[in-house]
Ligand binder design. Structure first.
Ligand code: C2E
Ligand code: MG
Ligand code: MG
Ligand code: MG
Length: 276
């Protein structure tokens, strides 16, 4: 690809490309063993009610600590897991861990708290996702309101998605449309899919303080979503200014580094306990 100046020799890989390729090979080789080697964990990022700052619940986010690479971000390993069937194992594991944690917190019984779980397109297409949810509710004796399923727009547009989302909701489990506004098909997807909540992507919130047009766009979107009878969670809130804007726009709930980073189960438990 890169040709040395003045030379006839072609180098196919730059050192950076070489390194990226080796890293990828390591991930592909080791990811299938990550759960068994106890390298994976679920972190919990708090979601708050904006009006009274009450803790509503947590989003379950997967973490992988590789022995030599250190923390590998889900942005990197989930994409690779989705190329094969590993995502089915990882997804099933994440749901079981999150549900067990929700039960330990008394979610939906002694506390009105929920835990959201991210679903990948491949899980929807190839696994019995409603059956998995039913199984963890039974195993943990959890009420359905303790869990929320998060699906992205791209997932929501998949062939089986409508049917699977309906089956999840038939169990009483709420469904949130994740990363809304990050893709292209934003408004159309809301017409065809029945969800309970919309999570506004960080990209929609980022510039609302300084950019009037972005602020108006956000406000308009929130009222459109409300007109459909859905609740709105604003993601990626990093500043007080952003929180004020999303509150004024009418968002019910917020999630972001300003309010809380993804926490270990122990730290999240401390937060639950402190909230009473
Ligand atoms: P997501 O579902 O949209 O999750 C929110 C992401 O935004 C998380 O990244 C979270 O740490 C990050 N975030 C939260 N607040 C802020 C903020 O204020 N500023 C910024 N810059 N970022 C913020 P994370 O944990 O790296 O996860 C990335 C993505 O990986 C997730 O996006 C989700 O799509 C996927 N993912 C994570 N865990 C799972 C899982 O168990 N299953 C599946 N299928 N996907 C997962
Ligand atoms: Mg999510
Ligand atoms: Mg999101
Ligand atoms: Mg995202």
């Amino acid at each position: 690809v890169a040709r040395r100046e003045g030379g006839s020799r072609c180098i196919l890989f730059t050192p950076a490309m070489q390194e990226a390729a080796e890293r990828r090979l390591t991930v592909v080789r080791d990811l299938p063993h990550a759960i068994a080697r106890q390298e994976t964990a679920i972190y919990y990022q708090p979601i708050f009610n904006i009006a009274d700052r009450r803790l509503l619940g947590f989003e379950a986010l997967m973490r992988w600590r590789h022995p030599t690479l250190g923390f590998v971000s889900p942005g990197e390993f989930i994409a690779i897991a989705e190329e094969g069937r590993i995502i089915l194992d990882l997804g099933a594991w994440a749901l079981r861990v999150a549900a067990a944690q929700a039960a330990q917190w008394g979610a939906g019984t002694t506390r009105d708290l929920y835990v959201t779980v991210n679903l990948s397109g491949r899980q929807i297409a190839e696994a019995d996702v409603p059956g998995m949810f039913k199984a963890v509710l039974d195993a943990e004796k959890l009420p359905a309101k303790a869990l929320v399923a998060e699906v992205t727009e791209t997932v929501a547009l998949g062939p089986k998605a409508g049917e699977v989302v309906e089956a999840i909701r038939a169990l009483g489990i709420r469904v949130a449309l994740d990363d809304f506004g990050a893709g292209y098909s934003s408004l159309g997807v809301l017409g065809g899919l029945s969800v309970d909540t919309v999570k506004l992507d960080r990209a929609l919130v980022m510039r609302v303080v300084t950019d009037t047009r972005e602020r108006r766009l956000l406000t308009g979107l929130v009222s459109t979503i409300h007109a459909l009878g859905l609740k709105v969670v604003a993601e990626g809130i990093e500043t007080d200014g952003q929180l004020q804007v999303v509150r004024q726009a009418g968002c019910e709930a917020a999630q972001g580094y300003l309010l809380g980073r993804p926490l270990t189960a122990a730290a999240a438990t401390a937060l639950v306990t402190a909230e009473g």
